[in-house]
Design a protein around this ligand. Structure first.
Ligand code: NAP
Length: 494
């Protein structure tokens, strides 16, 4: 017998595009992608602040199944990546499967199927739901007294307002992660004054972020598709270095950390400035920031870095703890994301009405990034513990989608009606992951968005081979199965 599972994928970013493509490639035809935004692209749709650039080389930050020969730059800008993702959607014929402006407000499992409801009242019913909702989606807006009294624009980096004029303005950028560094570097050029409020300095490694891809490289990659694939595979293998230095203390890690220190020393000559910009934790403990121009920007005559804590905001400025009033026309919040919210806010209810908000009260908890106990026939692509910053996310998403497709194959043949990971297997996976996390650079003593409310590091502590192996197998002893129908006997050909 054979039946065709009805699949809903939530999110049309890197994870959702990959999942949909792989499932269709594996022969599943009833696949619908629900996307809350007005366009596809995920983070590359939501983020469009000035200076937005991907800090992963373009020839690696792409799908293995759709390598692009003609990247304009070695590190692509946000708009270039969004355009690439949309080109891939068209080339793979996924466009007609994507419902835009389709915000899922609830997903409820009942009687062996999922009922997915949108904010506009539309309802979808599916056998399987794949959450491809991303990590860095919900903006974190700081609770600073008086922020709502500021009379100029207040903009979060992930909800940029294109109508706001930045030229000739006195601008505050709050936050010194990758986003704050990119924003300060971009806005400084035309601002009247830029004040970077940097509560905790970050290590900023120099990298040639604005270099163009050489014409010869583009010509060769365009002319010879095998070169394209070869370059991608080489970069993918080479990126194993990242996982190695992040997960294993060694001279290689120390050498990269020295490079971070050198980047600061070579670019900031003033001792006092350098001292103020020197973090008190190890390089790479937080997500490493790369920039080719940040240190130049903050040493310009119209720029200032303020590390004194912010006390309050007034209608026309910011007051810091030392009593200084910083007059401003505009405040940019580069204050990051509520990284562990994943698919929320969403009323997600699994078996016996169990709610995600309850089972994840202390932070996300999933098996091998992809399955959650209590939630049958639901998977996550780039879910908890995904290897942000150490292994290609496109590669990870593709392996996860293949893992999911394997379950769909077995559902299609009538082997089971519902599949659900067990609590025990999830606990075992997380216990092992947490102990593997101990020697990683992320656990060397800094506060970062990697840490869950329970204090665990929400990342992947292993290498790519381990990730591949874990997603290549179906351990039936880690799952429980149910059969609610007699489909196998009746030969339903849905
Ligand atoms: P982030 O790394 O979480 O940084 C948030 C910043 O805001 C931190 O400096 C934090 O200070 C500060 N902050 C938060 N609340 C504050 C408050 N109340 N007062 C003062 N400062 C406050 O966020 P992000 O820069 O948006 O980056 C998030 C992630 O997005 C990155 O790590 C990266 O993975 C990704 N990203 C990637 C790229 C790319 O090129 N691929 C570009 C941008 C972002 P503390 O450190 O003191 O908490």
């Amino acid at each position: 017998m054979s039946r065709s599972p009805r699949v809903i994928v939530i999110g049309a970013g890197v994870a959702g595009i990959t999942t949909a493509h792989v499932l269709i490639r594996r022969g599943f035809t009833d696949v619908t992608i629900l996307e809350k935004g007005s366009a596809a692209g995920g983070v590359w749709h939501w983020n469009r602040y000035p200076g937005l650039t991907c800090d992963v080389p373009s020839n690696l930050y792409q799908f293995g199944f759709a390598p692009k020969p003609d990247w304009e730059r070695m590190f692509a800008t946000g708009p270039q990546i969004k355009a690439y993702l949309n080109d891939v959607i068209d080339e793979l014929g996924l466009r007609s499967r994507i419902e835009l402006n389709a915000e899922v407000t609830s997903a409820v499992f009942n009687d062996g199927e999922w009922t997915v409801t949108l904010a506009d009242g539309r309802v979808f019913v599916a056998d399987f739901v794949v959450m491809a909702t991303g990590v860095l989606h919900n903006p974190q807006v700081p609770d600073i007294p008086g922020l709502d009294t500021f009379t100029g624009p207040v903009v979060h980096s992930a909800r940029w307002d294109d109508t706001v004029e930045t030229r000739g303005r006195r601008i505050a950028v709050i936050g010194s992660g990758s986003t704050g560094v990119q924003l300060v570097t971009a806005l400084q050029r035309e601002a009247d004054r830029i004040v970077h409020f940097s509560r905790t300095p970050q290590w900023v490694m120099w990298a040639p972020m604005d270099r163009r891809q050489p014409r010869l490289v583009t010509a060769l990659l365009t002319r010879f598709p095998a070169l394209r694939t070869g370059l991608y595979q080489t970069l993918l293998s080479g990126s194993g270095f990242l996982a190695d230095i992040a997960t294993t203390p060694s001279w290689r890690r120390r050498a990269v950390q020295q490079y971070a220190r050198l980047s600061l020393r070579a670019q900031v000559r003033d001792r006092a400035d350098r001292a103020a910009l020197t973090p008190d934790y190890e390089p790479m403990c937080k997500r490493q920031v790369l920039s080719g121009g940040y240190y130049r920007a903050i040493q310009a005559s119209n720029a200032e870095v303020v590390d004194t804590p912010i006390v309050s905001v007034t209608p026309d400025g910011i007051i810091t703890d030392d009593g200084v009033v910083h007059p401003l026309d505009m405040i940019v919040l580069a204050t990051g994301f509520r990284a562990h919210d994943y698919m929320r806010p969403m009323d997600l209810r699994g078996r016996d009405g169990v709610r995600i908000d309850d089972v994840w009260a202390d932070g996300p908890r999933a098996y091998r990034m992809s399955a959650i106990p209590g939630f049958p026939n639901l998977f996550t692509t780039l879910g908890p513990n995904s290897p942000t910053g150490s292994i290609s996310l496109q590669y990870t998403a593709e392996r996860t989608a293949e893992f999911i497709a394997g379950w769909l194959d077995r559902f299609a043949t009538g082997e089971f009606d519902t599949v659900e990971v067990t609590d025990e297997a999830t606990d075992d996976f997380l216990a092992a992951a947490n102990s593997a996390m101990v020697p990683t650079v992320w656990a060397t003593g800094c506060d970062s968005w990697y840490l869950t409310p329970a204090g665990d590091v929400d990342l992947w502590p292993y290498d790519r081979a381990t990730l591949t192996a874990m997603l290549a197998e179906h351990r039936d002893d880690h799952f429980r199965f149910s059969r609610t129908s007699e489909l196998a006997e009746s030969g339903d050909d849905r």
